[in-house]
Design a protein around this ligand. Structure first.
Ligand SMILES: [Zn+2]
Length: 700
């Protein structure tokens, strides 16, 4: 059903495009020759044109021919085969389509298509001529008339850092919908900007943006893969200045976050890594570098619910647009499933309508790629409960786009295929927000429950999509080895003072950060205890925590001590907590009292209460049932009460640590919060209370 809604929206957009196009009349041969392609139509898009035709029985592939023509239809250049359609291009072969691209937008062409049987070419269709869509924006309207360096040089040059900053500042200046914010600086000091785009204006603070379930696009992490970045800059202009109903509708319902260049130093030098040689897409968990540190801090504050991460891919035989969800097995199932739905359910379907060829990363013999490293943004985002996908733009034209020996043609096809994908991403988010946020809520409640095994490395399998698409190999299996699995998850990790605050040498000199700073950038809750620091797994990024703190992890920050549960199974009588007490699957018959300085971590337990914590170092109560009132007051450290059923009132008051997380609880009684130094948050999950919600929890 979800796909049907999206389809209706896209059909309306397609109709609008068609009306704007000069002369897309279906071509009819008169009379038709045997095996001649019939019914050719051409519909313009941004930087591409969708060709569609009636299939010829028995054809093994089709060739797309394009000829530049003037207004009279006279050829102004040679006819060239620009495309080869193959059956593995799309999910539905009964309506073949091809996104012809690489041309200069606004130019006029004539197209013909012919079937082939093996190497035997059949007659060409009757020609269809038309003018392609010009670069977006009325040249006479301020703002709309902005162009990037890449656009003004007709893709001869990529947009430089200087030009990007000028363009970005101009978009910011001329559009009320846009706020450009600097989320950090590169190792060499280049600003890392982010477009924050909403209608009529973007929400004023990161927390207010977070409340709109924003989506984010990371456009250029590998400096020598610049195609997505050009698409992002064009899309920012479209979103900033377009008044079409779709854009206004999208921006009225959410906030779009676009980070055009996280790796400005690498882009300027045209290198994969940053200025220190570090591949930043192997650093999003460790955040050793200032660029990745800035991005995870942004994720913590703006809380996007969905994302795309743009790349280019050096494989000439893969599809146009290899994509892949977060596969690491510590990613919640709901996030994996919803990400897969976005790719296979939406992108494959829309690709077949518009002529683009999304496929799973690694498709067509793509090699040992798309694995489970949590250092890769795709996986890091998944472990942060963000529905997301990798996007690759196939670098070379390859066999299906034989006219890309011309560099500008190649660059334009890549950038405009990214622009198509990002717009589809916006439409997917708009149409499926309920499913996305529900997947996120399921993921958060799963993670905070700290149930199930820990996998240090290893991916969920991606089954081959049924033929004809993508027709060939899915990404490698990448199952975890035995030594990469921890069956019994600890309750928490304990770090020493040295591990937590000690100086590190794994970042650029002068810009090094401690483990404390990095965990804070991730937004993790840490309890200061007498002999160090405790990081409980009962929090939303549970899947990522062991990957950085466990000695068995492949790319860890420290080898922290595993803290295992101290109370499991039945326990009669009052429980008094001083020090760190960890309950798992415990049934406590009697009250629980956390003494000043004590830490309670309870998951999957049942407590015949009450639970009273006054002046605790930290309180984590997740996936637990409590009979009797729960009161958490005057804690010096974190308070996490999630997915807990309380029969009786809940009070969270006068806590002095980070914002208490109070989410997805069912309270048979009132929920009251007051006097907390930071206002409690619910990450959009809400709470169900029979009594009134009051004070700082009134809107949770
Ligand atoms: Zn890349």
């Amino acid at each position: 059903m979800r796909d049907r809604r999206t389809t209706a929206l896209l059909a309306a957009l397609l109709a609008a495009s068609l009306a704007a196009f000069a002369g897309p009349v279906p071509a009819q041969a008169d009379p038709a020759e045997p095996n001649q392609v019939q019914g050719l139509t051409v519909v313009p898009g941004d930087g591409y044109a969708t060709l569609a035709w009636t299939p010829v029985d028995g054809a093994t592939d089709y060739q797309i021919e394009r000829t530049p023509v003037d207004a009279d239809g006279t050829a102004t250049g040679p006819a060239v085969i620009t495309g080869v359609w193959r059956p593995n291009r799309q999910v539905d072969n009964s309506s073949p389509t091809f996104a012809d691209a690489g041309f200069n937008p606004g130019a006029r062409f004539q197209w013909r298509v012919r079937a082939r049987f093996g190497t035997t070419a059949e007659p060409y269709s009757a020609p269809v001529a038309g003018t392609t869509r010009a670069p977006w924006g009325d040249p006479a309207v301020p703002g709309q008339n902005l162009r990037t360096q890449w656009e003004t040089t007709l893709a001869a040059q990529y947009t430089s850092d200087v030009n990007e900053y000028a363009y970005t500042a101009a978009v910011d200046e001329l559009s009320d919908r846009v706020r450009v914010t600097e989320i950090g600086r590169t190792a060499l000091g280049r600003p890392i900007n982010m477009f924050v785009i909403g209608y009529p204006t973007p929400p004023a603070t990161p927390a207010a943006v977070a409340a709109t379930s924003p989506l984010m696009i990371n456009c250029n992490v590998h400096g020598n893969e610049p195609g997505d970045r050009e698409a992002c800059l064009i899309m920012a202009r479209q979103l900033a200045f377009s008044d079409d109903p779709r854009t206004l509708d999208l921006l009225s319902h959410t906030t779009v976050l676009i980070v055009p260049t996280i790796n400005g130093d690498g882009r300027a030098a045209n290198t994969r890594g940053n200025s220190t040689g570090q591949d930043l897409n192997r650093d999003y968990s460790l955040v050793r570098q200032p660029e990745t540190f800035a991005l995870v801090r942004m994720l913590r504050d703006y809380r996007p619910v969905a994302g795309y991460d743009g790349h280019e891919f050096g494989n000439s035989s893969a599809g146009d647009l290899p994509m892949l969800p977060p596969r690491h097995q510590n990613v919640a199932q709901s996030i994996f499933d919803e990400s897969q739905h976005m790719i296979e359910g939406h992108m494959y379907t829309q690709g077949a309508k518009d002529g683009w060829w999304p496929c799973p990363y690694g498709c067509n013999g793509g090699g040992n790629v798309g694995l489970s490293e949590e250092t890769i943004l795709r996986n890091t985002l998944g472990l942060k409960n963000v529905v997301n996908s990798l996007l690759e733009l196939r670098s070379a034209g390859g066999a299906t786009r034989p006219d890309e020996g011309n560099t500008a043609n190649n660059r334009r096809r890549k950038a405009y295929s990214a622009l198509w994908t990002f717009h589809q991403f916006l439409d997917y988010h708009r149409a499926n927000l309920k499913e996305i946020t529900s997947a996120r809520a399921d993921a958060i409640t799963f993670q905070v429950s700290n149930t199930g095994r820990i996998v240090f490395r290893g991916s969920r399998p991606i089954a081959a999509h049924p033929a004809p698409h993508p027709g060939e190999a899915p990404p490698p299996l990448d199952a975890p080895r035995e030594d990469q699995i921890l069956t019994e998850a600890p309750c928490a990790y304990r770090l020493t003072e040295e591990q937590y605050h000690g100086e590190r040498t794994d970042g650029p000199a002068g810009q090094r950060t401690t483990v404390a700073q990095r965990l804070a950038a991730h937004g993790w809750q840490v309890v200061k205890v007498a002999d160090g620091y405790v990081v409980p797994l009962a929090q939303p990024e549970r899947g990522l925590i062991p990957l950085l703190l466990d000695g068995q992890a492949v790319e860890k920050l420290v080898d922290a001590e595993r803290v295992y549960p101290t109370v499991t199974g039945p326990r009669d009588g009052a429980l008094v907590v001083s020090g760190v007490t960890c309950l798992r699957d415990a049934t406590v018959t009697g009250p629980v009292r956390v003494r000043p300085g004590g830490t309670l971590i309870a998951t999957g337990s049942s407590i015949t209460g009450p639970v009273d914590a006054n002046g605790a170092a930290g309180v984590f109560l997740t996936d637990t049932a409590v009979e009797g009132p729960v009161r958490v007051a005057q804690s010096s450290g974190p308070v996490v009460v999630v997915d807990t059923k309380v029969t009786g009132p809940v009070e969270v008051s006068d806590n002095r640590g980070e914002a208490p997380l109070v989410a997805a609880n069912t309270v048979t009684g009132p929920l009251s919060c007051g006097g907390n130094t930071q206002v409690p948050i619910d990450l959009g999950l809400g709470n169900s209370a029979q009594g009134p919600k009051s004070g700082q929890c009134a809107s949770l």
